[in-house]
Design a protein around this ligand. Structure first.
Ligand code: SF4
Length: 343
């Protein structure tokens, strides 16, 4: 990696000028980083007493249906220009891209994209939505913020998929440029986060969820269901109760099965019955929009009106048809205002 490619990071402080010791404040790990070392995420490095983002501009690009990001209420049936960034601050047992999250950015030989180049691809693709996700986009905070800001100026809509384990100030700054957030819930207590993701705190993430909700940006939750992760039907009920009591019945919850990969490769994939029990539990709590993602032809893929139960948006895997929602987001049958963004 040449020196000209280095991008100074934000959200850090110098602890000791002489020793050139610094502390990163991007996420709650608050790594203290000595010269020549990187933080826990391998993405931020202390070089001679300054913190640098090593992943600035590192991304894979593809165009995907927006539903693949577990987003059903934000421009349904759109193709999103997706930027798949590298590295993560967590290390979850069922991560589908462990090589990518553990990548040493200094060995990356692919092209790095300046924000204007990335936005140019986004505009040229004809997609209305730019999506950042796959590893953990907020680890590349500066690049994602710069790209999202530029894309927004050019009239594009911005979606971010995150684990939510970041400090309040950078999250608030990022929300200025974001229109929608998918938040992956990994577990329901700090012990579970430590065991399954080698760190993280659900209490901290709950606070971040409240900040995102209060910002008025569209938010959807995604949770992998499996007994081995302590994310069974009871966990779905417990999380739904917290969402009901502390956030809103209107926030969609997506449940999906564990695909055995990485440290869970010996697990049995989640059964359809367990997913259905989790779905039933979350619906009994009263959440308006609960989905089981990834089971073709299943009734729980569709969006129904929470008031009159009209089938509003029909889905079959990733084929989506918006049937009974007005452009302004009302049910065409009973005129209930829905938590759906179409324009
Ligand atoms: S972003 Fe990385 S370097 Fe910064 S505190 Fe979190 S894990 Fe540590």
């Amino acid at each position: 990696m040449s020196h000209s490619q280095l991008h100074e990071a934000e959200y850090y402080e110098i602890l000791d000028q002489e020793e050139q010791s610094i502390q990163c404040h991007l996420c709650p790990f608050e790594c203290i980083i000595e010269p020549g070392e990187t933080g826990q995420c391998s993405a931020r490095k202390n070089i001679a007493g300054k913190l640098y983002s090593l992943t600035y501009g590192m991304t894979d690009m593809k165009i995907d249906m927006i539903e693949k990001q577990h987003v059903y209420h934000f421009f349904p049936n759109s193709r999103a220009q997706t930027f798949a960034t590298y590295n993560c601050n967590l290390d979850c047992d069922y991560c589908s891209m462990p090589d990518k999250i553990h990548m040493d950015p200094e060995t990356f030989t692919g092209k790095r994209f300046a924000p204007d180049q990335a936005v140019m691809f986004g505009s040229a693709s004809g997609s209305r939505v730019i999506s950042f996700g796959e590893a953990e986009p907020l680890i590349s905070f500066e690049w994602v913020r710069d790209t999202a800001k530029l894309a927004k100026e050019r009239g594009l809509k911005i979606l971010i998929r995150t684990n939510g384990y970041f400090n309040e100030q950078p999250v608030r700054e990022m929300l200025e440029y974001v229109d929608a957030v998918t938040l992956d819930i990994k577990n329901l207590d700090d012990e579970g986060y430590s065991k399954n993701c080698r760190g993280g705190s659900f209490d901290h993430i709950k606070n971040i969820i409240k900040i995102i909700f209060a910002s008025g940006k569209l938010m959807e939750f995604h949770m992998v269901i499996h007994e081995g992760l302590n994310n069974d039907a009871n966990a779905a009920r417990k999380f739904a109760e917290w969402v009901r009591d502390e956030v809103s019945l209107e926030v969609p919850l997506h449940l999906s099965r564990l695909i055995p990969v990485y440290r869970t490769k010996d697990f049995i994939p989640t059964s359809k019955e367990l997913l259905e029990a989790a779905y039933k539990a979350a619906k009994e709590v009263g959440l308006h929009y609960v989905y089981i993602d990834g089971i073709p032809e299943h009734d729980t893929l569709h969006t129904y009106c929470p008031n009159c139960n009209e089938l509003l948006i029909h889905r079959n895997s990733y084929a989506t048809e918006v049937r009974r929602v007005s452009l302004q987001g009302y049910c065409n049958k009973c005129q209930t205002k829905l938590n759906v963004v179409l324009s």
